[in-house]
Design a protein around this ligand. Sequence first.
Ligand code: FNR
Length: 206
Amino acid sequence: MRIPATVEIMQIEILEHEPPYRVGVIIGSLARESINRKLAGALEKVAPSEFEFFEISYADLPLYSYDYDADYPQVALDFKAAVASADAVLFVTPEYNRSIPGALKNAIDWGSRPWGQNAWADKPTGVIGASAGAIGTALAQQSLRATLSFLNARQMTAPEAYIRFTPGLIEADGTITEDRTEAFLRNFMEKFFEHTLRVLTVIPRP
Ligand code: FNR
């Protein structure tokens, strides 16, 4: 059977897309001593070498309103450009009151607009989080997944990772002090790498 021309073009684009793959990390907490920031540091440390990480900051975004849609402020344009430049986005979020923190939701809303210019569409994404409580951000992640689903992000659905954070679990330099947790997080990042490649293979970046 003849391969359609569009398929040939896709194959060329995939070959052109070589490592490193740039992962934009969005940390759901603005707290200085955030345990999720510590978790993000640990994930970088155990990730496959083909990944390169940068943080996508959103702390300076104003509260979103569609009144801004006609004239997006520069800080929001920069935020969207950072999302667009990432090969994949990894959300590392706490759970606040059984959902994601408001500042994170605000940032996601900014990224989704103006209508028709949704920065999350087709983006390879991963979700993980840490809390001191036993459910390890499970409800926040469900909430985040619902939003990402609506926004047509390409989520890694498995493995899931609900991290119960205990004092000393992760050192300041990102070292994970518990072997079992280290192996679990290493596997999570390997799977996220596979997921990213799979998405970029099917949906090459523009
Ligand atoms: C929390 N915390 C919390 N924990 C949890 O497991 N489920 C929850 O619903 C909440 N709700 C909640 C609301 C608010 C406003 C705060 C400040 C905290 C506790 C939370 O897991 C703990 O503070 C973590 O340290 C938060 O992660 P970061 O911000 O340190 O990364």
